[in-house]
Design a protein around this ligand. Structure first.
Ligand SMILES: [Zn+2]
Length: 353
């Protein structure tokens, strides 16, 4: 499966737009919560990555709680859940997308509390593919894909040794789920939360918007300081996720600018339109860099060197390659780049004449 552990592109993130307002300077301490809107509480959980935290959300629903996202499958996270959920156990778990820091404890929450798990169909199926797919075949396919895009033998070997570790982050999955669709309404604590689907970072990422509260639970679709990873990976080599991602950002422009945005990483903020502008500008700049570089034939690995700093570790490399390809594929699909495959099977891209 594609490398799935990291939310952010390992890129030089665009500076936070000065127009953003961060109402809370500090996150909640471990195993505590902060109320960020009536009936909406903020939880922070640890992650075993460079991106070392995730924000999760609790929505009050009478004597119970609706949990939004589950945290990575760590015993420390489950200990925090036990403390936080002791008084008001969850009846419902809404999962924004299948990445392990979001889906990780969905199975455990379902088993422990009898909570219903709801997510979109694509995220549900991708979780199963990532958790239960044949790891040997998957790894071979992934390495062949990386090789075709210019990765050298030394780093291919290093990646082979890493294997698949999605199951570490997602030890179990719920036995069944309820499907979320775009535009669905979840009634929680007497308030209407509308499901808003975003694409590009994950296949069918569910956000939740409450017009009454002016709150958007954004998941990884909109983050205040880092750009979400948007990657082409081997299961769908001709995907165009950056186009889908940018289209999804445009849809969010319909929301009021004073919406309180609750992201999965970083701090809650207001200033949605400024942030959408900054994210779009960031990708426009990267697209321009790719076009400049492809004045001569370039592999995707050549483009990684253009877009990213040189000291990427092997863990970050798969994301960087996927992100480089996302930009390449948008340009190729627009007819601005062409591809050629050499006799060794290595693919190079060149500016269209
Ligand atoms: Zn994610």
């Amino acid at each position: 499966m594609p490398p799935l552990d990291q939310t952010a592109a390992p890129t030089i993130a665009p500076a936070s737009a000065p127009a953003l307002d961060f109402p809370w300077a500090e996150p909640p301490a471990p195993a505590t919560t902060i109320e960020v809107a009536p009936g909406v509480r903020w939880v922070r959980m640890p992650l075993p990555f460079r991106l070392n935290h995730i924000n999760l959300w609790l929505l009050a629903d009478g004597d119970h709680t609706v949990v939004v996202d589950c945290g990575y499958g760590l015993s420390e996270t489950r200990d925090h859940w036990r403390t936080i959920l002791a008084e008001r156990p969850p009846t419902r778990v809404l999962v924004t997308h299948f990445h392990p820091d979001h889906m990780g404890n969905a199975g455990w929450l379902s088993e422990t509390y009898g909570a219903e798990v709801a997510t979109t169909e694509s995220e549900w199926l991708w979780a199963h593919y990532a958790r239960y797919g044949d790891p040997v075949t998957e790894l071979d396919e992934r390495l062949a894909f990386y090789r075709a895009h210019g990765l050298d033998a030394t780093r291919l070997d290093a990646l082979r040794n890493r294997g698949n570790w999605y199951p570490q982050g997602v030890p179990t999955l719920p036995r069944h789920y309820r499907r979320l669709r775009d535009g669905d309404i979840e009634m929680i604590g007497g308030r209407r939360w509308r499901v808003v689907i975003g694409r590009g970072h994950a296949p069918e990422h569910a956000m939740l918007h409450c017009a009454e509260l002016d709150v958007l639970i954004a998941g990884d679709q909109v983050l205040p300081k880092i750009t979400p990873n948007v990657s082409v990976q081997h299961p769908e080599p001709l995907a165009n996720p950056l186009k889908l991602f940018l289209q999804s950002l445009e849809r969010l422009r319909n929301l009021p600018d004073d919406t309180l945005v609750l992201p999965s990483h970083g701090l809650p903020f207001r200033g949605l339109k400024a942030r959408l502008d900054a994210m779009s500008d960031h990708h426009d700049d990267r697209l321009a860099e790719v076009m400049d570089a492809c004045a001569r034939p370039c592999t995707a690995i050549d483009i990684v060197r253009v877009m990213f700093r040189p000291d990427l570790d092997i863990h970050q490399l798969g994301f960087a390659l996927g992100e480089a390809l996302a930009h390449i594929r948008l340009l190729e699909a627009d007819g601005r780049l062409t591809r050629a495959t050499d006799p060794d099977g290595v693919i190079r891209f060149l500016r269209a004449a």
